[in-house]
Ligand binder design. Sequence first.
Ligand code: URA
Length: 233
Amino acid sequence: MRLVKLIANLGYGSRKEIQTAIKNGWVTDRDGNTLKATSQTPHEDILFDDEPLDPAPGMVLAMNKPLGYTCSTNDQGKLVYDLLPDRYRMRKPVLSTIGRLDKETSGLLLFTDDGTFLHKVISPKANVGKVYEVTLDRPMKGNETALFASGEMMLESEDKPLKPAMLEVLDDTHARVILHEGRYHQVRRMFAATGNHVTNLSRTQIGGLSLGCLEDGQWRMLDEADKARIFEG
Ligand code: URA
């Protein structure tokens, strides 16, 4: 791909702005040589304003989403994209979240610009499990584990039962839930159906990939080993 288009597609500016940046000598290789619009330098050797270019398309990143942020590019209020470099919003192909977390849910959220990878993660065939830590308003009754695992639980205004979900009771108001699907507000609605109320919800794991040491609002690029881990466990 031509240099101007390659850099513009990473969100660094319009094609016109990138042409100007190249003319001004702001685009160089690692040895400090100024690049021309026709240069064929490998992506990883290109610097923009003395900084290595952002990753080429095909990137996957993991964020520890804080409470109060919405998984959208254009809602009012705080957006998960506000926590990433501004230019990530202008990338082509577009950087999307892989599934969503509610505004009032925290934890592990994945993003990618690779549509094939996104579909692979959310595909029922991949059967990727998602782990949620739940705090409840009231003590559990004791029948929740069997109900969630039954494969027969129906949520209000839905016509298909939920897939079996695993509930690990930590104490009477704390639990871990593992889902293999992602219906709207699923964890909250499952507990609401038992007469309870979720007061705190956080996703800690997707497949075999955990939050690790990501603090609230922090994010990191995933490497091939991290990506593979999503489909393990
Ligand atoms: N279940 C919910 O209720 N909310 C989420 O954000 C994810 C799962």
